[in-house]
Design a protein around this ligand. Structure first.
Ligand code: MN
Ligand code: MN
Length: 455
């Protein structure tokens, strides 16, 4: 394989394409910081591109359809041939690590004269990375009447932000200095300051009352509404170019909305002869559980409903045959070599920034545990396809054997007999509030997904 940076393997015209694609992606990341926002964004885009809700289709002809589950998971379908031929599927996830507000979040702290919101983190975070930085709150509040209130505070430059207060170095020698790095901030410490002016009309000078009054006036929210709300705390900063050469892009939530964006774009921009699905799951970061995670029956539901609307009499056997015939890219990020921590990578098998989309034969940890592993035949087929379509790609594994590891949704689709391969861009600082990607790898991923969908 050519051991050369992708940046040296494209001409000036392509380089412009790379940079322009990154601008579009930046706009998406700016608008989308939660799974619900991702679904809204993609629904809008799908409609603009002639997709219609599957449930409204009376008869299935050649066409483009979409299905949304609970506002948190989504599938886009392009039907172009006999359904018995199976599907080419790209599966990504649209949830990212973050802090969720606890159902009863409000803490009134008279000693510090502040009101704080308590949180429970979601997914694998390094807690210390979330302190002393501007944070935004996104999500929805649903009143008992069913009325939905969308919340998005901290993105507009005029908006306030929130912050988890770190300790000054002058006083942290014992409290933090004697602890291990990852224990310097613990789960219950992840509390953000949300207000500070006491209620002048209240004889107890209640801080909490004045906050509740404000929440009610500004957003129509009562304290009890917080019990049911889906409210997520995310970094308030915007996506930025990184480096003098603007070669990288730094942003929150790239794992895995980078794969969601590139796969949906690939579906909209490619010329497909076969049947294809892009499916976007929630809950990957906490084990793919629940009715919108990859372990739910969402993929079965989408395919079975498609067969129903096609109105032919499909047997259960044919349904399983269609599942068996389908091929899947499990579209998720990998890690590229981190210049400061090379010791965790096996450099012969690690992906490098700028070398293109990363094809991963297996994920998992400690003896390939929990991996579905792509079989040789499928990997060879993909290599052949990419050579033909001039996709620049590389192979990569997550880290050294027994160094750690991680999984993707691959195994939850492989259980249907589908052939699954892991593929996506490599990030630096994955799961941090500011994940980095090479713009070349972003573009290469889009090219790879397009090539796969076109077949
Ligand atoms: Mn991921
Ligand atoms: Mn992840």
């Amino acid at each position: 394989m050519e051991n050369k940076s992708g940046w040296l393997r494209i001409d000036e015209k392509k380089k412009k394409e790379v940079m322009n694609f990154a601008e579009e992606y930046k706009k998406f990341l700016k608008e989308v910081k939660t799974e619900r926002e991702a679904v809204n964004f993609f629904e809008e885009l799908a409609k603009k591109n002639g997709f219609e809700p599957l449930e409204r289709a009376k008869k299935l002809g050649k066409g483009k359809y979409y299905v949304i589950k609970n506002g948190k998971a989504m599938a886009l379908l392009s039907i172009n041939e006999d359904l018995e031929k199976g599907f080419r599927i790209i599966a990504a996830h649209i949830d990212s690590p973050r802090l969720d507000l606890k159902p009863n979040p409000i803490i009134e702290d008279k000693d510090s004269q502040t009101v704080l919101f308590k949180t429970h983190y979601y997914g694998g975070i390094k807690k210390y990375q979330w302190v002393s930085r501007p944070l935004a709150i996104h999500g929805i509040v649903v009143k008992k009447s069913g009325e939905k209130i969308s919340i998005n505070i901290g993105e507009d430059p005029e908006d306030p932000v929130f912050s988890i207060p770190d300790l000054l170095p002058h006083l942290s020698r014992k409290v933090q200095g004697e602890k291990k790095l990852l224990e310097g901030f613990e789960g219950e410490d992840l509390q953000l300051i949300v207000s500070h002016i006491p209620d002048a009309k209240d004889e107890k000078s209640s801080l909490k009352n004045s906050l509740l009054k404000l929440l009610n006036e500004k957003y129509g929210i009562e304290e009890e509404d917080l019990f049911s709300a889906d409210l997520e705390v995310v970094p308030a900063h915007q996506p930025r170019d990184v480096g003098f050469d603007k070669s990288m892009l730094g942003a929150y939530g790239q794992d895995d909305r980078i794969c969601a964006f590139t796969s949906v774009k690939a579906m909209l921009d490619s010329q497909q002869k076969g049947n294809t699905i892009v499916i976007l799951f929630d809950k990957e970061e906490i084990g793919s559980d629940g009715n919108v995670g990859a372990q739910s029956n969402f993929i079965e539901y989408v395919i079975a409903r498609t067969l129903d609307i096609d109105n032919q009499k499909y047997s259960y056997g044919t349904f399983l045959e269609i599942m068996n015939k389908s091929k899947v890219i499990s579209a998720d990020v990998n890690a590229v070599v981190n210049p400061l921590f090379k010791q965790v990578h096996d450099l012969n098998n690690a992906a490098k920034a700028g070398f293109g989309v990363v094809v991963t034969k297996y994920t998992g940890s400690g003896g390939k545990y929990s991996s579905s592993e792509a079989q040789a035949e499928l990997v060879a087929e993909i290599m052949n396809l990419f050579d033909k379509k001039k996709v620049i790609y590389q192979f990569g594994l997550l880290g050294k054997v027994d160094e750690g590891g991680g999984g993707t949704v691959a195994k939850y689709l492989a259980k249907y007999g589908m052939q699954v391969i892991d593929m996506g861009p490599g990030l630096i600082s994955m799961h941090s509030p500011f994940e980095l990607v090479s713009k070349f790898d972003l573009w290469s991923t889009y090219q790879a997904y397009k090539a796969f969908l076109e077949g």
